[in-house]
Design a protein around this ligand. Structure first.
Ligand code: ZN
Length: 250
């Protein structure tokens, strides 16, 4: 089975469509949450996400925008985007976002999906020591996570007591892909990157494909029409910073 892994779409329709156009053939889509928030097309990205598949975990923006949780902990720019998003969402999409399940989920054997981390759906896995301590305890050999908007991940090799950070290296600025062959004797935490608001310094939209037969994860980066996504943010009256950062990939 070939599984398309999407995370942190953040209402960026241009980025989502570019990813879907560039994606190889797949059998299923796993969505790691934050379908909305920040960008100007929350209804459209929710609609597309619902059409694409049935396996979701909720993100913190999905929760706040649909009223599952409060704005506590959101910075002023993110909070303004939440309030704007709440005004835009149709009741049907609000209902869908409200019902998204909490991670971790185990959609297939030996694989977990989460938004933040397996121990806390809202935790940012930014530091290797946190990731390695989770990997040391987990039974699942492969966990996909999002939330940080940084493509890559972490691995540990129990038998040899090795560990490492995964940072895909791309050559060139166009469509890029980097394949990672998974080792049977290792455990992995893997972030496909953010479709709609990358923060790893590469403004291209990010996603990943997991091939269960090959036991490989392929990371992708895709250029998209950033200017249109930015213009929509300006036109909507959303904070300008949300547009500017798309071009910076930060
Ligand atoms: Zn996010």
């Amino acid at each position: 089975m070939r599984i398309l892994i999407l995370s942190d779409i953040h209402a960026n329709l241009e980025a989502l469509d570019a990813c879907l156009a560039a994606a190889p053939e797949y059998d299923a889509v796993y969505n790691l949450g934050d379908i909305v928030g920040y960008g100007a097309n929350p209804n459209e990205t929710t609609q597309r996400s619902r059409e694409l598949g049935s396996v979701f975990v909720r993100g913190n923006h999905d929760k706040v925008c649909s009223g599952v949780s409060t704005l506590e902990g959101f910075n002023p720019i993110a909070a303004l985007a939440v309030i704007w998003t709440q005004e835009q969402l149709t009741s049907e999409h609000l209902h869908f976002l409200h019902g998204m399940p909490r991670g971790p989920l185990t959609p297939i054997e030996n694989l977990e999906i989460v938004h933040g981390s397996p121990r806390d759906e809202d935790e940012y896995l930014l530091y290797p020591r946190d990731a390695f301590s989770i990997l040391a305890r987990t039974a699942a050999p492969l966990i996909f996570f999002g939330h940080t908007h940084v493509q890559g991940g972490y691995w540990i090799d129990d038998a040899r007591e090795n560990e490492g950070v995964i940072q895909p290296q791309y050559s060139g600025a166009g469509n890029g892909k980097v394949q990672l062959d998974l080792k049977r004797e290792a455990k992995y935490l893997i972030n496909p990157g953010s479709v709609g608001q990358p923060r790893d310094g590469d403004p291209r939209a990010a996603f990943a494909l997991y091939d269960t037969e090959q036991n490989s994860v392929t990371f992708y980066r895709v250029p998209y029409d950033i200017e249109t996504a930015q213009q929509k943010i300006f036109d909507a009256g959303l904070p300008e910073r949300l547009a500017i950062r798309l071009a910076e990939g930060r």
